[in-house]
Design a protein around this ligand. Sequence first.
Ligand code: NDP
Ligand code: 8X3
Length: 247
Amino acid sequence: MKTAFVSGATSGIGEATVRTLVASGWRCVATGRRGERLDALVEELGADKVHPAVFDVRDEAAMDAAIEALPGDFAKVDLLVNNAGLAKGLSAAQDADLADWQTMIDTNVTAMVKLTRKLLPGLIERRGAIIAIGSVAGSYIYPGGNVYAGSKAFANHFTLALRADLHGTGVRVTSIEPGMVETEFTKVRTGSQQASDDLYRGSDPMTGQDIADTIRWIAELPPHLNINRLELMPVNQDFAGFRVHRE
Ligand code: NDP
Ligand code: 8X3
């Protein structure tokens, strides 16, 4: 049985990924700040299958302690799913809250690279894999995307860059770049369940399960095969976006 380390497993894509990987025979380290949700996953799936690691990814000492405390085979990570992340706000750059910008950079960029660096030696030892959840926001621009878009462009590109450094190690690296997935993402971004419902209504968005199934598929491909990057959208979303302002 192999071990996956899934950051951000208390909701959305990460939670679905833990359920899906466990159903497919993996054991999972499930992380997040909301410990009660991780406890519920352990209750549902079994303590031999899920280890809850409760920490804020922005707190490096807490990240170190959580990694240090991984019990038994949960410490032998074969797959890192870099998923924890968030958007805060949709204001134009000129109106944006700097604290929101800092939160996104600390979470989506700084924490992701630290977690990756800390788990890399073991991943190399076990010829494991890294799957990171970037975003279409890292490739296509929309108003108010600003720092979120920048952080996801970083995530997309950092993940691809890892491939070069890991050349010859056997470690597989994939950047998954989804469009609209209905999770708690928009509620967290806007602070409003209504805004979230309004965004997804009638659009038939992707689900956390869609992305979890994709992660499982990639994770279980034969070891000689690497998916470099994979962009997914719901059929009802596209990437046309040019605008012209006339005086
Ligand atoms: P959710 O809000 O449902 O899940 C986000 C997860 O990240 C939660 O488990 C949350 O845990 C965790 N997280 C956020 N901040 C921290 C933190 N400081 N410390 C620890 N964990 C943290 O959203 P999604 O499932 O949609 O998001 C997962 C990833 O997918 C993100 O990286 C997001 O950018 C990306 N993505 C999402 C898309 C979408 O449309 N939903 C599309 C493209 C990419 P907790 O709050 O308990 O700490
Ligand atoms: C989240 C997808 O399109 O809302 O990364 O920016 S989008």
